[in-house]
Design a protein around this ligand. Structure first.
Ligand SMILES: Cc1cc2nc3c(=O)[nH]c(=O)nc-3n(C[C@H](O)[C@H](O)[C@H](O)COP(=O)(O)O)c2cc1C
Length: 177
């Protein structure tokens, strides 16, 4: 299965990245770090309506094909103000190219990984945001693993999160990912 992991965290060795690494163990999926890719937000220019792709000349143009062809996409983000990070939202806004052009993506499944300091235990805003974007890329939402306690303890010590990741992987890949 062709898996793509989209990382919306700024900290290269932060808690979100650690959660990604837990998920990615024995998988070796490609991780796209959206902060590093310098992806601009959708300009809502509507130029993509004519089917010629997005006219913004940035790294997103190398990523569109990967999204089309992925079987599984994992979206990972720290929680900022109960939602995903701004750069992740910039990234998702570029799905407008698929929406306006009608370009079809391969049927796929998707899941969410979240870390939070603990200020709020809410994950529903982030889930709601993601689910809307997933409709556009023909992706079925499978579920999430959230660890919202990073102010107190690193995710790497959370046995509960290790188990939750393992369950999520089973839902996505079956018994042997
Ligand atoms: C701008 C900002 C907003 C945040 N908002 C929340 C929040 O609403 N709820 C929460 O639990 N943690 C919040 N946090 C804490 C981060 O989610 C937490 O530190 C997370 O583990 C950071 O992941 P990282 O180490 O990969 O950067 C916020 C942090 C920042 C910088």
């Amino acid at each position: 299965m062709n898996t793509l992991i989209i990382n919306g965290a700024v900290n290269e060795n932060g808690e979100c990245r650690k959660l990604i690494d837990i998920f990615n163990k024995n998988l070796g999926a490609e991780v796209i770090n959206v902060y590093k890719e310098n992806i601009l937000p959708c300009a809502d220019c509507g130029e993509c309506r004519n089917g010629g792709g997005c006219v913004i000349n940035d790294n997103m143009n190398n990523i569109y094909d990967k999204i089309v062809n992925a079987d599984i996409i994992i979206f990972a983000s720290p929680i900022y103000y109960s939602a995903m990070t701004g750069v992740m939202m910039n990234f998702l806004s570029r799905f407008q190219m698929f929406y306006l052009s009608g370009a079809k993506c391969r049927e796929k499944r998707a899941a969410l990984l979240l870390t939070g300091g603990g200020a709020t235990k809410r994950t529903d805003y982030a889930e709601h945001q993601l689910k809307l974007a997933l409709k556009i890329i023909n992706a079925e939402y499978v579920g999430l693993t959230a660890y919202i306690n990073t102010d107190r303890q690193s995710v790497i010590y959370s046995e509960e999160t290790l188990r939750a990741v393992s369950e999520l992987k089973k839902s996505l890949y079956g018994q042997n990912p």
